[in-house]
Design a protein around this ligand. Structure first.
Ligand SMILES: C[S@@+](CC[C@H](N)C(=O)[O-])C[C@H]1O[C@@H](n2cnc3c(N)ncnc32)[C@H](O)[C@@H]1O
Length: 219
């Protein structure tokens, strides 16, 4: 999607993707990564996700990236986190003790800022891209994170012809075919989530599954 699409969504606060609680899949599957508490975790396309608070509560440092400045300031304000802002190259860097968000385009992020990262968490980031742009994003994710980094990827899959994204359908085949060069991939779960998603039911989407993958950046 073009940046203007997301800026308009944030301006209108049409943010149906935002969850008012920590994602239960993160809580359930994060321990499987067996990370040291002081690991640094990269959260691409973070929005104002409370999942960043969960990661910080585990002791992790969070380094995130988000295009929209309102999303970033809302994150800090709504969680009562005092923050400072400075400019680093093309990005505004918002910082509190454990959570740093680079506000700007993920494609201009500097991989040197990621050199201490050893983990990542992608929820509603890969699936935010239409087919034509998804591979570029997956390559940029791989480019940014150091070899050996482990992470969780959460995807949705449904018949794309039945509904326009975002979120876009990402099949198991797509993940395996397009991400295996850069990542070792282990699918941890696939759940039928149609009944939990009224928007999909209303549009008569015939099936909806959510998958969780453990990815390890190849070295
Ligand atoms: C579907 S939302 C998901 C947000 C978050 N991961 C969550 O779970 O709530 C996708 C987010 O990606 C941001 N975004 C879109 N394009 C981006 C880009 N090129 N660089 C950084 N962030 C981007 C949007 O502003 C939006 O907040």
């Amino acid at each position: 999607m073009q940046p203007s699409f997301w800026h308009e969504k944030w301006d209108a606060q049409q943010i149906g993707f935002h969850l008012s609680a920590v994602n239960p899949l993160l809580v359930q599957y994060w321990p499987q990564l067996q990370l040291a508490a002081d690991s640094q975790v990269f959260v691409p396309l973070c929005g104002k996700s409370l999942d960043m608070c969960f990661l910080a509560e585990q002791g992790h440092g969070v380094i995130a990236c988000e295009l929209n400045d309102l999303a970033v300031s809302q994150f800090y304000q709504e969680n009562n986190l005092p923050y400072s802002v400075d400019k680093v190259d093309e990005h505004q860097r918002y910082q509190t003790e454990q959570i740093t968000i680079y506000q700007g385009d993920i494609f201009t992020l500097n991989r040197l800022d990621m050199e201490n990262v050893s983990a990542f968490y992608d929820r509603a980031a890969l699936i935010a891209w239409p087919d034509a742009m998804r591979l570029n994003y997956a390559k940029q994710l791989a480019n940014l994170i150091p070899a050996g980094s482990v992470g969780l990827l959460i995807t949705l899959d449904y018949p794309q012809s039945e509904l326009n994204g975002p979120p876009f359908a990402v099949s198991d085949d797509w993940v395996m075919a397009n991400m295996s060069d850069n990542f070792e991939i282990e699918r941890l779960a696939t759940n039928d989530v149609l009944s939990d998603n009224p928007r999909f039911i209303k549009k008569q989407v015939s099936s909806l599954t959510e998958s969780v993958y453990k990815l390890t950046r190849r070295g």
